[in-house]
Design a protein around this ligand. Structure first.
Ligand code: LAG
Ligand code: CA
Length: 453
């Protein structure tokens, strides 16, 4: 089946990392749908190793939809509720490997397992033993074969070239499709040949959106570009480059961001400021901890016409391994926004810029302006306009050419638009397409035709 790219005017994905199913269902109804998010991405739903660390979800022990985030029935209800709210569901799908504990045990839902033994699903014959390095571990990312046939952090590596394994994986994905799921984020895609993913995709019962996780590494033989035949690919350079620009370079450099920087073609690039892995990298990308600058970086991503953006939504963490807020039995608690959970997708600037993206979908970029340093502006032709001032000083007394129809627009950076009113400042565009405004330091103004008074 063909890849169904995100379609329609609502394309922005909210990644509700480690949220449980009842909380995702509520968020679809109460926030994501009403505010224009098109998709929700959820964390791995299959049975996994027991414990608290978040990354145990990336150690499958069976394909039962039963995890600390909820039961199969709760998952089904979540998909139905999201659909009813107009939000499609993308599932983080772990198919390169199974668990990584040297000793086996009992999984979340009660299945027994060993490192290379998952009764009724896989046995020792279904895994790679690459015969290199201590514990068959991947050490050399400059060796294509090793990256795909050795083990990623000790995780038992599936023989994705085998028809039996492909059929099993497709069986899991088809089960998710039968529950109504709309797409898959394929975890650790770099560790599976693109042809293996294509073969698995060929066994799916219907079309689905596919986004592959292939982390770009300079000089590595396996690159994101070779996976675009299967669907979208995460563009890891995007968030990394954007963080460097905001932290130590010039926003003016963003004029040709994306393809102009050697990133993937826009039509297949899945973009994000941070994700669950990169937000844990020391000295890496911008995250919720960067506050207002993080909001501005997301505003840029949502305004600028490149790729398919995902907005990250996190729980608060103090160390890399810390799992989400849980009860004494490690069952994930219901989400409580802004208390234990950061809920970046609800931040005023970010949520309102989702509306900007929807209103400007398909419109080109025009009227680029920069002062050579940290102040930029651009239009989405005929539909919207944004200016970001990341200087340490306010820019005052300036006029901006938007090319927009004359009228009164809500500044969605500082105000919410609804029922014909704006809770923040109103920007007046004159008959020539200009407006005049002062932009404080590290701030922005954004207007679009979907928020016109
Ligand atoms: C991914 N993409 O390719 C996920 O985005 C990433 O979060 C996953 O790693 C990885 N692939 C495997 O699915 C995460 C953690 C690792 C963790 C792993 C398995 O970043 O730290 O490894 O999930 O749970 C942990 C320990 C390792 C240990 C391993 C096996 O950190 O030291 O060897 O578990 O027991
Ligand atoms: Ca592999």
């Amino acid at each position: 089946p063909a890849t169904a790219a995100p379609s329609g005017s609502k394309k922005v994905i909210a990644n509700l990392f480690e949220w449980n199913w009842p909380s995702v269902a509520n968020e679809c109804k109460n926030f994501l749908g009403p505010r224009g998010y098109g998709y929700v991405q959820v964390s791995p739903p299959q049975e996994h190793v027991r414990g608290n660390q978040w990354w145990l979800a990336y150690q499958p022990v069976s394909y039962r939809i039963e995890s600390r985030k909820g039961t199969r029935a709760q998952f089904q209800t979540m998909v139905n509720d999201c659909h009813a709210a107009g939000v499609k569901v993308i599932v983080d799908t772990v198919i390169n490997h199974m668990s990584g504990q040297d000793n086996g045990g009992t999984g979340w839902a009660g299945s027994t397992y060993g490192h290379y033994d998952y009764p009724g699903i896989y046995g020792p014959q279904d895994f790679h033993y690459c015969g290199r390095n201590a514990g068959n571990e991947i050490t050399n990312y400059n060796d294509r074969w090793e990256v795909q046939n050795c083990e990623l952090v000790n995780l038992s590596d599936l023989k994705t070239e085998s028809d039996y394994v492909r059929t099993r994986i497709a069986g899991y994905m088809n089960d998710l499709l039968s529950l109504g799921v709309d797409g898959f984020r394929l975890d650790a895609s770099k560790h599976m040949p693109a042809a293996d993913i294509a073969a698995i995709k060929g066994k799916l019962s219907r079309s689905a959106y596919i986004v592959q996780e292939v982390i770009y590494g300079a000089g590595e033989p396996i690159g994101p570009g070779e996976y675009t035949g299967n669907g979208d690919v995460h563009e890891f350079r995007y968030g990394k480059d954007l963080a460097r620009v905001f932290r130590s370079e010039r926003l003016a450099y963003l004029k040709n961001f994306g393809e102009g920087w050697g990133h993937l073609p826009s039509s297949v690039a899945a973009t994000f400021v941070d994700n669950h892995d990169t937000q844990r990298d020391v000295g890496g990308v911008l995250t919720y901890r960067d506050g207002g600058i993080y909001a501005l970086a997301n505003a840029f991503m949502l305004a600028y016409p490149y790729g398919s953006p995902t907005v990250m939504s996190s729980y608060t963490f103090a160390n890399r391994d810390q799992g989400p807020p849980s009860d004494g039995a490690n069952k994930t608690l219901n989400t409580t926004c802004f208390s234990g959970w950061e809920c970046e997708h609800r931040w005023q600037v970010i949520a309102n810029m989702v509306g900007f993206r929807n209103a400007t979908e398909g419109a080109g970029l025009s009227n680029w302006y920069d002062n050579g340093y940290q102040h930029i502006a651009f239009s989405r032709t005929g539909k919207g306009f944004i200016t970001i001032n990341d200087e340490d000083f306010a820019v005052t007394g300036r006029s901006y050419y938007t090319g927009l129809p004359a009228g009164r627009y809500c500044d969605v950076i500082h105000g919410n638009f609804g029922a014909g009113t704006c809770s923040g400042p109103v920007i007046t565009v004159d008959s020539g397409g200009w407006f005049r405004a002062d932009i404080p330091a590290h701030d922005a103004v954004a207007i679009h035709v979907g928020a016109r008074l």
